[in-house]
Design a protein around this ligand. Structure first.
Ligand code: KG4
Ligand code: ZN
Length: 334
């Protein structure tokens, strides 16, 4: 079965074609970062309008790359939520319409299920069951995954998501938006000994996270020490060390609680090198297998939506003819 996948939940337009026999046939991604950067964050209306402009040329591009036409597509998957409602509607409306025109089923996919299952796009794919750490701009969750559609959220953030904390701290350091990757690059030049940020919530039992205090700690450090180039790098380093240490401690706790032997890390912050290295060391020590999607499939992309859509359609699931999106949608109910 060949499925066209469309991702338009936020500020990336992702399009891909996944084949159940031969895997990923083509994928492309257009990022709107330049449009939103000057506003310091994503402007929902600008995001929707740009998805409208880009999505059809991108679909044409992947069909050409895969040497296929609409006649070769057996189903259309689109991100149904959670996300920005106007942006989601662009993908949902077009996905539903193409499926109708091609007389094939359409399926609305949960964005976080896309992230969770993105490691299955790789040759070395994990096996169910596993524990997943989902760390993106909007979510920080620990999920017990028994199989497709069988998800139990066992840890969540009480305030900012991990990516949001990276972005807000990066903005404070003048690194632009979204600044997570830029902060990570700057942290490489930082002195790890100069500042020590607290590790939030690690002294309390449980698997929940809290990241907003780190951003405030960064603000106070800037106020006390200024923002010369080395201080910026030192703050970036201290922030990243604290965020990574917290994520690793909670993963360790969740592995103990669930007795899972496989850990999957997904979402934009999963692209962070320091996090990948620290998790690798922790998992190696415990004999736990660790899986990440390649970096471009950590952040938002169409391939993960095409993959989940294909799995769901193979199980006989699909949406009806109406166009529905969900700005908020608990993962456990998808
Ligand atoms: O999964 P994603 O593309 O979008 C959401 O669904 O939110 O994640 C984007 C987030 C942003 O906050 C971005 O700053 C962060 O992932 N990010 C990183 C890195 N690359 C992207 N954070 C830390 N280190 C990175 N290398
Ligand atoms: Zn995402």
């Amino acid at each position: 079965m060949r499925v066209l996948g469309l991702e338009t939940s936020c500020d990336e337009t992702g399009v891909a074609i996944y084949d159940s026999e031969s895997g990923l046939l083509a994928h492309t991604i257009y990022t709107q970062t330049d449009i939103h950067a000057k506003w310091g964050g994503v402007v929902p209306e600008l995001a929707s309008r740009d998805h409208v402009r880009k999505i059809i040329p991108l679909i044409e591009e992947v069909l050409v790359a895969a040497k296929l036409t609409g006649k070769d597509i057996d189903g259309v998957a689109f991100t149904k939520g959670p996300g920005l409602v106007g942006a989601l509607l662009v993908g949902a409306m077009l996905g539903r319409t193409l499926a109708f025109a091609w007389n094939v089923p359409a399926i609305g996919v949960h964005h976080l299920e896309g992230h969770l299952l993105a490691p299955f796009l790789e040759e070395q794919a994990p096996q169910f069951p596993f524990l997943a750490l989902l760390v993106s701009g909007g979510h920080t969750e620990l999920v017990n995954v028994a199989g497709i559609g069988d998800y139990q959220v066992i840890g969540d953030t009480l305030d900012d998501a991990a990516g949001e904390a990276f972005d807000k701290t990066a903005k404070l350091l003048g690194l632009g938006y979204p600044g997570g990757a830029a902060l990570a690059r700057l942290a490489e030049q930082g002195n790890p000994e100069r500042f020590h940020f607290p590790r939030p919530m690690v002294d309390r039992p449980g698997l929940d996270f809290s990241f907003s205090g780190l951003k405030t700690f960064a603000l106070h450090t800037v106020e006390a020490h200024g923002l010369d180039e080395q201080t910026k790098a030192d703050i970036a380093r201290a922030f990243q060390d604290a965020a990574v240490a917290t994520l690793v401690i909670k993963c360790k706790r969740a592995l103990d609680a669930t007795k899972q032997k496989t850990l999957v890390v997904a979402g934009g912050v999963g692209a962070n090198k320091a996090l990948r290295e620290a998790l690798k060391i922790m998992c190696d020590k415990r004999g736990v297998s660790l899986y990440f999607p390649r970096q471009e499939f950590c952040t938002d992309n169409g391939a993960m939506i095409a993959y989940v859509g294909c799995q769901r359609l193979l199980r006989g699931e699909h949406d009806d003819l109406s166009v529905n999106v969900c700005a908020r949608w608990p993962l456990e109910t998808c």
